[in-house]
Design a protein around this ligand. Structure first.
Ligand SMILES: [Ca+2]
Ligand SMILES: [Ca+2]
Length: 502
């Protein structure tokens, strides 16, 4: 059975049109779009040269390179901003600090002898696609699930569609055209697409894949997982999507180094079984091969499960949970319980923090003497529903001057809450916390209600000394550049809020 169900559900959008003709039209449109902004795009000469790259950090003030921490054993952690490691960006072609997360994904996939299951919110990395194709062609059973928002090849968008996109979305797609133009001649040929457009590569090779419309819905919430299982034994659970932005950095932004992210490799048949169960529910090969995919809250409820892997304790829980499941048994309940148990410290680095109950648990731990430090992506930090405001003892009202329900500004507040200073184009994409320097909470699961009630997510807890040390090092790195407390920007927002909503 080799159903390519990504293409069998009426979503075959113009993929039969002539390749070159399609690209020529698209490139014309992109050039026009580029002219309106700042000169023509996709001219080889306008792409930033590799020499323009500069190392992260302030000029003349290079941070000392930390000592590498050796890892061996069945559970290991990797960070694309690990300053103790070095790799060559395979697409922008320069050396940089960090673990090559794409290489980790590729290494795992290429080790497969019988099966590969990959579930990723977005899959755009060419080397990952090439590894999947390689294994598929070698007779390994390869299956892929992506989210329906990201299930179209970038080379598939028509000029009209691109023109109708908002700037952010369009530049995201344009970045892949930059990637695709391998020889920098301003054109993306069919041969180049077949080397760089991951979903086209899978399609051409007949690798079966589907998205979360396979359950007959319009795509439920976000199929937000980022995991791979190989041979029912070895797995990766990541916070990174399998994209340039989340791993290496953007083609059009030379200073970007990829959204700060982490990835764990876990060699355990027990953990692999949990992930496989989740994957198979979503994939949905029912009796006789009849499709019966389940996404979102249609999946059966499973509790937090825990196992010993070497000297590590690993626990995994999947979301979303059905509405009737009590809060304590939900994924946000698990996070709440973990941070509420802290005796000494909680350090969190988060893309999003909007779950009130977790903020309340942090306050309880803080009152009992735990040091609480929270870093949040700058784009989210000061939203009216950001829990950062609670910790800082501040309320910002919505446009209609209403207070976000449930907001509970701390009294007394803390000042150890803020945002790291990141290179242009990079977002703080982690979803991790370290509790008492021992327990790491990570995975794909943001600290939001959507992650608990709507999205397919992996919540991962790890207790292991070296892993905790590496996460602590990543937190400390981000903390060094952070701006925290009531910043001038926040004070301005507070003043505006008072003037606007007396
Ligand atoms: Ca080209
Ligand atoms: Ca979806």
């Amino acid at each position: 059975m080799n159903r390519n169900r990504g293409r069998n559900r009426g979503r075959n959008r113009g993929r039969n049109r002539g390749w070159i003709v399609g690209w020529a039209g698209l490139l014309g449109a992109i050039a026009l779009i580029g002219c309106a902004a700042k000169g023509p795009q996709f001219q080889g000469s306008t792409l930033p040269p590799p020499a323009a790259q500069s190392p992260q950090g302030k000029a003349g003030d290079p941070a000392p390179k930390p000592t590498p921490i050796a890892q061996s054993g069945p559970v290991q952690a990797f960070f694309n901003q690990n300053q103790a490691a070095q790799y060559r960006d395979p697409y922008r072609q320069f050396d940089r600090p960090g673990n090559d997360l794409e290489a980790k994904l590729v290494e795992l996939i290429r080790s497969a002898r019988s099966t590969v299951e990959l579930a990723a919110f977005e899959l755009r990395l060419p080397a990952v696609a090439a590894a999947l194709v390689d294994r598929h062609q070698a007779g390994v059973k390869v299956r892929v699930i992506v989210d329906n928002n990201n299930s179209r090849p970038w080379s598939d968008y028509s000029p009209t569609e691109l023109a109708a996109m908002d700037e952010r979305e369009r530049s995201r797609i344009q970045d892949y055209w930059r990637l695709g133009d391998r020889d920098g001649n301003g054109l993306v040929t069919e041969a180049e697409v077949l080397q760089t457009d991951a979903l086209v590569m899978l399609d051409r090779a007949g690798v079966p894949w589907l998205d979360d419309t396979a359950d007959g819905t319009k795509g439920t919430g976000l199929m937000h997982h980022k995991f791979i299982v190989v041979d029912g034994q070895r797995s990766i659970i990541a916070s990174a999507n399998f994209t340039l932005s989340d791993v290496h950095g953007d083609m059009a932004r030379p200073a970007s180094r990829g959204n700060p992210n982490n990835l764990l490799t876990i060699d355990s048949p027990v953990v692999a079984d949990w992930l496989l169960e989740e994957f198979n529910l979503m994939w949905g090969d029912g009796p006789g091969g009849q499709p019966n995919s389940l996404f979102g809250a249609q999946k059966p409820v499973r509790p937090l499960r825990s196992t010993q892997v070497g000297n590590s304790t690993i626990a995994v829980q999947f979301s979303p949970l059905k509405k009737q499941v009590p809060f304590e048994q939900r994924t946000n309940g698990t996070i709440t319980q973990q941070v509420g148990q802290a005796k000494r410290s909680i350090d969190a680095a988060l893309f999003v923090f909007s779950e009130q109950a977790i903020a309340d648990a942090l306050e309880r731990s803080h009152r009992q003497g735990s040091q609480v430090r929270v870093l949040i992506d700058p784009s989210f930090l000061l939203r009216d529903y950001s829990e950062a405001l609670d910790l800082l003892g501040v309320t910002l009202r919505r446009n209609n001057c209403q207070v976000e329900p449930g907001q509970r500004p701390w009294n007394p507040p803390i000042t150890t809450v803020g945002a790291p200073d990141l290179p242009p184009g990079d977002l703080l994409h982690h979803k991790f916390a370290i509790v008492d320097g021992q327990t790491v909470i990570t995975g794909s699961h943001n600290w939001s209600a959507a992650a608990d009630t709507n999205n397919d997510e992996t919540l991962l807890l790890v207790q292991q000394g070296t892993v905790a040390t590496l996460f602590q090092r990543e937190f400390d790195r981000l903390w060094q550049t952070a701006t925290t407390g009531i910043t001038p920007k926040l004070q301005t927002r507070i003043n505006e809020d008072r003037a606007r909503c007396p």
